[in-house]
Ligand binder design. Structure first.
Ligand SMILES: [Zn+2]
Length: 324
């Protein structure tokens, strides 16, 4: 398991320029871990006991996108596809969205806000059923989708700066910057709170993420104009591999220009995940998690996770061969 994780890390660093974008393994895992510590005493011991599972499985949704049909659109929404003020005009509920826009079109341009809502329903149900592994799986994965929805570049069709000649900006913002600077961030976000309207909250966070987009692109554009290509990139050794990445000084300048934006979005992700986990538990009638059975993960589940990871590896190897 650990060998697969290391291998995935290496490969991800090398091939981060496809629409398999995500906060990066480091950030997703960090975000899920920190969300656990926002929970009240009735929930925290259960989540802490399974911390390792919740952290490791925070990246499952990205790993299965080549094994599961319809997985990819769950990670983003191309708001620009829907014209001006789309974030205010789009239907809040899936049924209304399908009626107005059509399922094919929705799937094409991303469904992250509606998918988080579906997960909210499923996790609440899992708490009602007191199903340990469903609670864990859905909590870990809900954390993933919520974190994705707080990434500005997950709200646009220009997701990797390919329309503005800034290819690579996706991994720069959501992987390179947190890896370099997150150790200095303040992640104290306060205790989890009940969310009266999950739908409103989802759209509020997406609106906030989308409003960051202009500066994400503009600041890098400005900086790149005054920095030569040689100063922009370096080759770094990562897990025994040579990887082309953004230079530390260039990253630092970009980070300063963004004025704590990455930190803010990570904090919003952590807070929202804690709030949603807590809300699902409350809506399920606050079941006593101390009485949950301590079953092992089923063989079927372990096998299915293994297959999903393998398909991800196979895909990445194929991409590498095509690029060679
Ligand atoms: Zn993702």
């Amino acid at each position: 398991m650990r060998r697969i994780a290391i291998l995935l890390c290496v490969i991800t660093c090398c091939f981060s320029f496809q629409r398999s974008y995500f906060w990066g393994f480091y950030a997703h895992q960090h975000i899920n871990r920190l969300a656990i510590f926002t929970l009240p005493p009735e929930l925290m011991p259960f989540y802490k006991e399974h911390l390792r599972y919740l952290v490791e499985h925070s990246v499952d949704p990205d790993q299965r996108r080549y094994a599961v049909a319809n997985e990819a659109p769950r990670h983003f929404i191309d708001l620009d596809n829907y014209g001006d003020s789309a974030v205010y005009k789009l239907p809040r509920y899936w049924k209304d969205a399908v009626e107005k826009i059509g399922e094919d079109s929705l799937m094409k341009h991303g469904i992250v806000p509606w998918h988080i809502q579906a997960m909210k329903y499923q996790l609440t149900k899992a708490f009602q059923e007191k199903d340990t592994w469903k609670i864990l799986k859905l909590s870990a994965e809900m954390g993933h989708y919520i974190a994705d929805s707080n990434v500005p570049l997950h709200t646009t069709s220009n997701y990797n700066g390919q329309k503005t000649n800034q290819v690579g900006i996706h991994a720069f913002w959501e992987s390179r910057l947190p890896e370099l600077f997150a150790k200095h961030y303040d992640f104290f976000v306060g205790p989890a709170q009940y969310v009266e309207s999950p739908s409103k909250r989802i759209w509020l966070n997406i609106t906030q993420a989308n409003s960051c987009l202009d500066s994400v692109l503009l600041m890098e554009k400005r900086l790149s104009r005054t920095t030569s290509e040689a100063q922009r990139y370096v080759i770094e050794e990562k897990n025994g591999q040579n990887v082309k990445t953004y230079a530390r000084l260039y990253s630092q300048k970009y980070h300063q220009l963004l004025n704590n934006q990455v930190e803010r979005q990570m904090r919003r992700s952590i807070k929202m995940i804690g709030d949603f986990w807590f809300t699902c538990w409350v809506d399920a009638g606050q079941p006593d998690l101390g009485t949950l059975k301590k079953e092992q993960e089923s063989e079927e589940q372990v096998e299915s996770n293994h297959k999903e990871r393998l398909s991800w590896l196979q895909h990445l190897f194929m991409v590498r061969q095509e690029g060679d």
